[in-house]
Design a binder for this molecule. Sequence first.
Ligand code: BGP
Length: 472
Amino acid sequence: MNKEFLWGGAAAANQYEGGYLEGGRGLSINDVEMGACHGKAREIHECIHPGVYYPSHRATDFYHHYKEDIALMAEMGFRVFRMSIAWSRIYPNGDDAEPNEAGLAFYDSVFDELLKYGIEPMVTLHHFELPLQLVKKYGGWRSRKLIDLAVTYAKTVFRRYRNKVRYWLTFNEINSLFIAKTPWHQAGIIYRDDEDRTNVMFQAAHYQLVCSALTVIEGHKINPEFKIGNMILYNCCYAMTCDPHDPIMVHDKMAPIWYFSDVQVRGRYTNTCLAYQKKMNACFEIEEGDLEILAKGTVDFFSFSYYASMVEGRRIEYSADGNLLDGGKNPYLETTAWGWQIDPLALRTSLNEIYDRYQIPVFISENGMGAIDTVEEDGIHDAYRSEYLRTHAKAVKDACEIDLVDCFGYAWWGPVDIVSAGTGEMRKRYGFVYVDMDDEGNGTMERRKKDSFETYREIIDTDGMCLENIVL
Ligand code: BGP
C-alpha cells in the first residue's frame, strides 16, 4: 500500500466526547437517551430525569482525555482520525445568533493536537447529533428550517478550521433514515401514530440531501481545497441462490442505499431513486431550485461504514442481525457476539461495487468488531479483534492492489473504547485501547492498551506488507 494511504480510526462526539454541559455546550438529542443493555431498545425521554444514567453525558470522556488518546493514536501510526463536531457545542440551541466560542476553541485544541503528530483530521458534521432545542422547536428534520440552520453551522466551522481540516463528511450513515425504526439518531424524529411515516421519511431525506449539497457548495467556496464526502451505511448483499428472482430481490434491497448515494454523487434522483419513490408511494415536496442545488453540490469522494454482509432471496428462512441493515443468515460465515456476520471478502466486494458504480475516490469511514473483552492480570488478549482487523485490512489491500480500486483510507471504528450507538452499552467494545468504564457509567476512565494495539501498529508501520501471506 502506498505511504499516503490514510490508515486511522473514527469516532463520534456523542459516543466518545462526554463533557456534555461543559464549555457552554447545549443539550443534544443523545443527552436524553438512556443506555439499554441486553438487546432492549434505547429509551428516549423528553428531558433529563434525575438519577438516570445517560451514556452521552460522560461517554468515554475524550473531552478531558484527548491529549492522551491522540498520543496513543499517534503511537499506532495513525494518519487520519475521523471525528465529529457536536453541533450543540457550536450552536447550543441550534439557532443562536452567535456561535459559542468555548466550543470552537475546544475543537481548535483537538485539531492542533492531531496536526502536531501529522494526523489528518476528517470531520463529520452530523454524526447522529443535533441540538435538542431544534426538536422541541421545529420537530427536527421534519422541518425545512433545519437546512438553513445546518448550513450556517457548517459555514461557521468551515471558516474557523479552513486551514486545519481538509476532509469533511456531511451526514453520517444518511441512509439510516430509511432503515432505523425510529429515526431519532439521524433526524431527531419520533413518528407519531397519526402520520404517514413514509412521507415524513422521504421529506426528511430530501431536506438532508439538499442540505448536504448546499454544504458541499458552501464548503468549496470557503476553501476550494476542501475534500467533502458523503457517508453511507453499506452492507453488500449476496443473492441466496441462482434462482433468477434472487438478484432482483438483491437490487430491491440495495435501492434504499443507492437512493442517497446516487443523489450525492450523481447529483440527481436517478431511475433507481424514482423507482423506489414509486414503489413506496412516497409523496413529498421538492421546492423550486432544489434540483439545481442537488446537481451542483456533488461530493468529492464516497465514504461508507462496513460491518457485515447481507443475504437476500426467496428461500431465506433465518435472519441475521447487522448494523441496522439485516438479511438472511449466511451459513459460510461466523458472527460476532452481537450476531453481525463477519465477512472480510465482502469489504473487497463492496469497494468494487461502489467504485464501479461511481468512479470517484473511496474512503472506508468505519469498520470494526464489537466484542466483550476480559481484563486479565497480564493484559487484554483480544486475538479475535486482531484477526478481524488483519483480514479486513487484507481485503482493502487486495481491492487496492489487485482490483485497482481508488481507495485512499481506512478508519477503524472506535480505536479507543466508546459507548455503542445501537445499545448505549460499554461492554460492546471496539477499541485497541481499553477504557475502564461499565454499562452503568462507573469506572476510572483509565486507558490500557490491548494486544490488538500492536497488530494495528504493525500493519500501519509496514504499509500492509505484514498482511501479504493472508489468503482470504
Ligand atoms: C454505525 C455508526 C456508529 C457506530 C457503529 C457501530 O452505525 O455510525 O456510530 O456506533 O455503527 O454500531 P454499534 O455502536 O451499535 O455497535
